[in-house]
Ligand binder design. Structure first.
Ligand code: SF4
Length: 372
């Protein structure tokens, strides 16, 4: 059962039935339609309309039940999802990633330090293990740790990762039961527990699948930096809000102290594109500029096809950031995916020579070496 829309609610209200009290405003809204729209967004209480039929009240209350509970562990929220697919609205809480450390083992202190200090930086965000579960531990708990006994008391559903097909089927079934049927038996967040294995490749593939569908948390006995880096990266990509594209500020960025003769790159303001290019420019042996064109946070080809990256927008951006005054260079390197825009761009921005750059950011270094 999905959320009720404003229109679905409206059908039950007096205005839709041309009945008495139509648009009476007693609810504080100018019309029944306005009330229906607000109610769908939970911005008004259903009791505000004294003429809402019992059928609507029952349906609304049933739909308003949170399909999946949220559990907080060491300050990290787990669960609380209310859609099956990210594009329906958004996913709420990222799949938490945790490691179990048994303090009866000799090397537990080193392992704990390694896990707690592990971090990677990606798209301007520091990604870490969310928390550590300490087995056989007594004493003061370090930050981001929880006792195993306390963890077991949390309202969570555990699935052992011993049969990929079965686990994946169960995860899907449980999420569907929770979201579509609001079945209370499946309203607790679900985690998958991974016992020690030497086959980290398979573990990585399976864990990646569970991040996509539909584990609220993964708990590992193993800690491997490469494995966790892959999973944190994937998780960061999946748990973006489709209603808010990841974007950076459009402007002229500088790398390695450029001067008026430095090379100029250009791209869109989609954050993933920006950081992929920026990372490469930072590591170049030559200074450079990166002109980031406003494109509603869309990637290069998407922005072009949505007409958010046009020659006119580029020309305006050059103007806006005073590129001509700041940099003498009259060559701009555009993304390889926009090679077809070269002539059109040279026509629009007559004083600049347009150079077609690389399709992939990792090719930039070789491209620059061969530039002259
Ligand atoms: Fe319509 Fe009910 Fe609001 Fe009156 S109180 S305008 S009937 S929604």
């Amino acid at each position: 059962m999905s959320e009720l829309s404003g229109l679905q609610i409206f059908k039950y209200l007096p205005a839709a039935k041309k009945a008495e009290h139509t648009n009476c405003k007693e609810c504080g809204c100018p019309t029944c339609m306005a009330f229906g729209l607000k109610l769908a967004k939970h911005q008004v209480e259903i009791e505000k309309c004294p003429y809402a039929p019992k059928e609507l009240i029952d349906l609304y209350n049933q739909n308003s039940i949170e399909p999946q509970k949220t559990v907080e562990i060491c300050g990290v929220k787990v669960g609380g999802e209310n859609v099956l697919f990210r594009h329906e609205k958004t996913f709420i809480n990222r799949t938490a990633i945790s490691v179990v450390i048994d303090t009866s083992k000799d090397d537990w202190k080193e392992k704990l330090d390694k896990v707690l200090n592990f971090e990677i930086k990606r798209v301007n965000e520091i990604l870490k293990i969310d928390f550590v579960i300490l087995k056989n531990y007594s004493g003061t708990l370090p930050n981001r740790t929880i006792l195993y006994e306390d963890f077991l008391k949390l309202p969570l559903i555990k699935i052992e990762n011993n049969d990929f097909k079965l686990v994946s089927q169960n995860l899907i079934k449980m999420r569907e039961k929770a979201i579509l049927e609001k079945d209370e038996k499946y309203s607790d967040p679900v985690y998958v527990y991974f016992k020690h294995t030497d086959d980290l490749d398979t573990l990585c593939a399976e864990a990646s699948y569970y991040i996509c569908k539909y584990a609220n948390m993964l708990v590992f006995e193993d800690f491997d930096e490469n494995l966790i880096s892959v999973l944190l990266t994937l998780r960061q990509n999946i748990f973006t809000d489709p209603q808010k594209p990841l974007q950076v500020e459009p402007k002229l960025y500088e790398f390695n102290n450029p001067d008026e003769n430095s090379i100029i790159f250009m791209t869109t303001n989609f954050a993933l594109t920006y950081f992929a290019v920026a990372n490469e420019l930072e590591s170049l042996s030559v200074p450079s500029y990166l002109l980031v064109v406003p494109s509603d946070g869309m990637s290069v080809l998407t922005a072009w096809s949505a007409e958010k990256f046009t020659t006119k927008i580029v020309a305006k951006t050059i103007e806006k950031f005073g590129l001509r005054d700041k940099v003498k260079t009259r060559k701009i390197i555009i993304p390889g995916l926009l090679a077809h825009m070269k002539e059109e761009m040279e026509e629009e921005i007559k004083d600049y020579k347009i150079i077609v750059g690389t399709i992939n950011a990792y090719e930039i270094s070789d491209f620059v070496k061969n530039l002259n």
